[in-house]
Design a binder for this molecule. Structure first.
Ligand SMILES: *Cc1c(COP(=O)(O)O)cnc(C)c1O
Length: 432
């Protein structure tokens, strides 16, 4: 299957090129030329399929023409070595727990899939490929761990100094091997801008091969459709209208949900659940998309001022504002509202959410109508944000899973760089 650019200003490319280039030559985002629906039989049988099995069926629709079936099956099965349980938190409100992977956040799914797909394509090449990834916290850890030790690939993680949690930082600064952490004196938007500049730098690209592992990469974001199907598969009552509430930053997760719907998943609505960075909420209200600098919140993985995947949403609905509003509604919450929700759900149900999931929950609690079932994406384990969550629910109430404890034991190693592209370029120029 071919991939076109959302800017429609460059020839279509193969899957291999879309994955290795990350961003299209005209700076647009790649989109698959078709979104094929799954057959009715799939939806009849989905309830008895494992996460791996149903994901393989979804994966074939995107990647089946380009990757041998056996290889694709191996990639999917090796990516999904954990489940995404659906847990009822309150009447008709479910948490889709996406934190059971190695770094305890949903980004494990896309990152692990992409590492394996890239490694499949690189089998033919000799040159080192450099993966550049900007992170507000969780992407860096998921990508670093997903790619750790993969031959032929070096990963460079750019993160904003002092703006990620201790555990997040440990997850990508302690690994060594083919992973380097770059501590940028700036914001997440600065990190993202540096990566974008590198991709526009034709001189640099003559010298080294770079690719992106941010959610703009099709190999990262398409697999995120898998767990929407898994959620629906696990619902006992499939007759009710289903609303997905998606805590959103760069909108990769929500866009993947829209893809799942186009493939036939019966979703009645999506909620774009935002913290104070409410650029998309504003767009839904006014029809005007106005990016602005991000503000810091306690749900910091969603502190994004110019969501990169929004270009895909516009393209998917032909830039038609009304068509987009038919699919989704937007909400925005302050830090105080997030704290209040996290605490009250913990006190009344015993269920502990992370600050991002709490945004998703609150949106359902406010907006769900009679007859609807709400599913919010619990995008990370609360222990990834121990300090913030303990501040809200009290010390001793946030148990840390063993795999997170293990990360805390490592020693942090990072390279400090300013947010000036000249400095980043000098660093990249030293690479081979
Ligand atoms: C990345 C992230 C988000 C935002 O996801 P997008 O796909 O960028 O919208 C939300 N919550 C957590 C915990 C994250 O790591």
């Amino acid at each position: 299957m071919n991939y076109y650019s959302t800017n429609h200003n460059t020839p279509d490319v193969t899957l291999e090129l879309a994955v290795t280039q990350g961003l299209a030559a005209d700076r647009g985002l790649f989109m698959p030329e078709r979104i094929d629906p799954l057959p009715e039989s799939f939806f009849r049988e989905i309830g008895s399929m494992s996460f791996q099995e149903l994901s393989f069926e979804v994966a074939k629709k995107f990647f089946g023409e380009d990757i041998p079936e056996y290889t694709l099956q191996k990639i999917v099965f090796n990516t999904l070595t954990f489940d995404t349980p659906l847990v009822e938190v309150n009447e008709n409100i479910y948490s889709l727990e996406l934190f059971h992977g190695p770094t305890s956040a949903f980004k494990d799914v896309g990152a692990r899939f992409m590492a394996r797909l890239l490694s499949h394509f690189l089998g033919k090449e000799k040159n080192m490929v450099h993966v550049l990834v900007a992170t507000s916290g969780d992407t860096g850890s998921a990508v670093a761990n997903g790619f750790l030790g993969v031959a032929g690939i070096k990963v460079h993680v750019l993160y904003p100094k002092g703006k990620v949690s201790d555990i997040q930082e440990k997850q990508f600064t302690t690994l060594g091997q083919n992973i380097t952490a770059l501590e940028i004196d700036g914001t997440f938007d600065d990190c993202q801008a540096l990566v974008k500049f590198a991709f526009m730098d034709d001189e640099l690209k003559k010298k080294i091969t770079i690719t992106s592992a941010n959610s703009i990469n099709v190999a990262r974001f398409l697999p995120q459709a898998f767990y929407y199907f898994n959620a629906w598969a696990k619902l006992e009552d499939k007759s009710r209208d289903v609303v997905f509430s998606v805590p959103s930053g760069n909108f990769g997760n929500l866009t993947a949900g829209l893809f799942a719907k186009k493939m036939g998943l019966p979703v009645s609505k999506f909620i774009a659940a935002n913290n104070l960075n409410d650029i998309v909420c504003k767009y839904l209200k006014t029809g005007v998309y106005e990016p602005r600098p991000s503000v810091s919140t306690i749900a910091n993985a969603m502190d994004v001022g110019d969501p990169s995947n929004f270009a895909r949403i516009l393209d998917l609905y032909g830039h038609n504002h009304q068509a987009i509003c038919n699919e989704m509604i937007g909400t925005t919450y302050s830090d105080d509202q997030i704290r209040e929700t996290l605490l009250s759900v913990f006190m009344t149900t015993g269920y502990l959410m992370d600050p991002h999931g709490a945004v998703g929950y609150r949106a359902l609690n406010e907006l769900l109508k009679d007859g609807e079932t709400g599913i919010f994406l619990e995008t990370a384990h609360p222990a990834k944000f121990t300090e913030t969550v303990e501040d809200i629910v009290g010390k001793g109430n946030v148990p840390m899973p063993q795999k997170l404890q293990n990360f805390m034991k490592g020693e942090k190693i990072s390279i400090q760089i300013s947010s000036d592209y000249k400095d980043f370029r000098a660093y990249l120029n030293e690479l081979e």
